[in-house]
Every structure is written in C-alpha cells, then in structure tokens.
Design a protein around this ligand. Structure first.
Ligand SMILES: [Zn+2]
Length: 396
C-alpha cells in the first residue's frame, strides 16, 4: 500500500534536488545534466514502483550535499524518522556526515539528527557515543544534546550518569536554569534512594534523600521516603512528623502517606488521638480517604451508628462517591429483608463506579492512573501527577 506522505516527501525532495542541481549547473556544463536527469528519473521510477528504499538511495546520489541542499536532506531524514523509517533516516544522515565541505555547525546538526535516529531505533549506545562527543563542544546543539542524553539515562535508569548531565544543564546555584532542573535532580536522588531501600541499605538511602532535599527542599517524594525510613528504623516520632507535614501541606499526596500515619497511631497511641488528628486534618485537606479513615475509627470506637452519623454529616458538607459508598455499608449493616437486598445491589453499582475511577491525573498531558507515578508514563514529566478532585461529586 502506498504511504502517501512519505512518497510525497521523497518526490518533493527529488524535485528540489533536481531543480537546484539544474540551476547550479547553469552556464557551466562541467557536470553532465543528463547524469542528474538520469538519477532523478531513476528515483522517480522507484517511487512509482513502490520501492522507497531504492528511491532513497537514488535521492542520495542525485542530490549533491552542499549548503543549498542540506536543508532538503535534513527535512527528508526527519520525515523518514518521524514515520518510523529509521534505517532510511540513518542512511541519509550518515551520507551527510561522509561528505566533505560541511561547516562545523552543519556537521553538529547532522550528528544530532543521527543521534535522534539511533534513539528512535533503540540503539542507545550509539546515540550516547555521538551525543557525548557533541556536548563536549560549545554550540547550538550542546543543550539539546544534553537533554537527549538525559532522556537516554532516564530510560535506562542510569541515575548517576543522569545526575552528571543535570549538573551540566543546571549550572551553578546562581544560574538561571538552576531552579528548573533542581526538582528533577531531587527525583534522580530519590530513585537512587529507592534502589538502596530495595537492598535494605537504609543509611545509603538516607544519604541520597539528604541530597534530594538539598536540590529541592520541597521534595515531597524525599520527605515521604525519609519519613517511612524513620518509622521503620525506630524513629517513629520523627517519621510521623515528616509524614504529617506532607499530609497537611501537600494535598495531592495525602492518600500516599495516610496508611503509614495510621500504622504509627495504631501501634503507639489510642484511637482517640488518631481520630483527633484526622479530624483536624480533615478540616485542612479535601481528600475522601481522610474522612473514610475517621469513619472506620469511629465505627471501631463507638459503633456503626455513630460512624454513619459522622459520614452523613460529612456527605452533606462535601459529597463524594467514596463517602456515599461507605454510608451504604453502614445502612446495609442496619437493614434486613428486601431493604438489605436493594441496598446491597446499589452498593455493587457504587463499588464498580469507584473501581472504574482513576485517582490521579498528569497535570501536563492529562494521563489518568489509579496510582501515583512520580514520572508520567505518557509524557515523561516528573512530579506532574495530581490527586483528582473529580472523585468529589459535583466537581467534575
Ligand atoms: Zn503526562
């Protein structure tokens, strides 16, 4: 089947090459115009016979590389890469680099484009090699090259190498780029801390988390991880303090830290203290998990009727699907016969609604997910996930 955009791109490139070649020949007939015609028509013939591979070769032969035609080569290479024809894009960019007479800036540009081809085809080693050469030189592709290297190291989970690149991108503390890259640096340190944690190395993890907080003193992720380490290693009061700070000040992450906070209260304090803390938190943050936790504790402390009264009052203040779901649980526990049957059916519908809901959304690309991702799987933005307020009825 004909791939029309690609065919038109190749055809346009051939036509431009043909016209430029002809105009360049001009008065001088030192190069044979019939040779140019022949290459052009050979390329056209391949296109018409649906042989784009050979058409690309004909194009490369027909179109001399010089400052007039460089843009055409690059545009075609770009088009081929975007359409997934990476092998052909590589051929075009390698052909460019093999030709003498390009300026240094043109060589850098072709190298950068070739590196993008390698990234697209998953040949990260080759891309890395090329980009490392490119970023050593001052020029317009230094920053773009560093950004590409960063993406490679991020995909490969090479966090230390990524931190070296981030250091170059962000410059010194007084550089204007410093603020932009600091939160990402903190995420890289947190990734390293998580690797240490997976091997049981709490001290190593804490060292990396300290560095994360130096890069970004508001790194919620570092606070959460350090709080969990504190609790696990016997400094529960310190850990609780950190996690409570997150729960109260960073509403998007309240649901993440709440289970850990409840665990500490469960082990160290009475139900009363825990309910008192959650009641005060519930006034500050807008998260259904908080009042559901309160309802559960009230049910444990004073029974289902008291819990139902609390949830009813809360549902009037801020109605949520989760709140209504919990209210139905209590009503079911009080009912019998037909009422029990009807309420149970209604509860099943509500449960399905809650399961179908996503709790988080990327503020950068709108990607929805049930659980929190620190790096958006769709647009690769760090720390962009926000808790979805849409779980509250009427807030869409
Ligand atoms: Zn995203």
């Amino acid at each position: 089947m004909l791939d029309w955009p690609l065919y038109l791109g190749l055809l346009t490139a051939l036509a431009i090459g043909f016209l430029l070649g002809r105009s360049k020949l001009g008065d001088s007939e030192s190069t044979s115009s019939s040779e140019l015609d022949q290459n052009y028509f050979t390329g056209l013939n391949y296109l018409l016979n649906e042989q784009p591979d050979k058409a690309v070769d004909a194009f490369v032969q027909a179109l001399e590389v010089n400052s007039d035609t460089l843009e055409t080569h690059l545009a075609l290479g770009n088009l081929l890469r975007r359409r997934g024809e990476v092998d052909k894009a590589v051929r075009i960019h390698q052909n460019l680099l093999a030709r003498p007479g390009l300026s240094l800036e043109q060589v850098h540009r072709a190298q950068y484009e070739l590196a993008l081809d390698y990234v697209k085809s998953g040949l990260f080693d080759r891309a890395e090699e090329l980009l490392k050469l490119l970023v050593k030189k001052e020029g317009p592709y230094k920053i773009d090259g560093l950004k590409q290297l960063l993406e490679i190291y991020q995909d490969e989970k090479e966090w230390l190498l990524g931190l070296d690149v981030l250091k170059k991108l962000s410059g010194t503390r007084f550089s204007r780029h410093y603020e932009k890259w600091s939160p990402i640096k903190a995420h890289f340190f947190c990734e390293l801390a998580e690797s240490c944690l997976s091997e049981g190395d709490f001290a190593g993890a804490s060292e990396y988390l300290q560095k994360a907080l130096v890069s970004d003193r508001n790194s919620v992720r570092a606070l959460i991880l350090q709080g969990q380490i504190d609790i696990y290693t016997g400094s529960a009061a310190k850990g609780l303090q950190r996690l409570q700070k997150v729960a109260g000040a960073y509403e998007d992450y309240t649901a993440e830290v709440l289970p850990h906070i409840l665990n500490v209260y469960r082990k160290q304090s009475g139900l009363g203290d825990c309910i008192q803390y959650l009641m005060s938190l519930n006034k500050r943050v807008h998260n259904p998990d908080v009042f559901v936790a309160i309802a559960d504790l009230i049910a444990k402390d004073r029974g289902s009727l008291a819990a139902a009264e609390f949830v009813t009052a809360e549902a009037a203040r801020s109605p949520t699907v989760v709140g209504l779901q919990r209210l139905l649980d209590y009503y079911i526990s009080f009912s019998e016969g037909k009422a029990y049957e009807y309420l149970s059916s209604l509860k099943k519908v509500m449960d399905n609604m809650v399961v179908a809901q996503s709790n988080y959304q990327c503020s950068s690309c709108g990607f929805n997910a049930r659980s929190l991702h620190w790096l958006c799987p769709s647009c690769k933005t760090w720390g962009s996930f926000k808790f979805k307020k849409a779980v509250f009825i009427g807030e869409g």
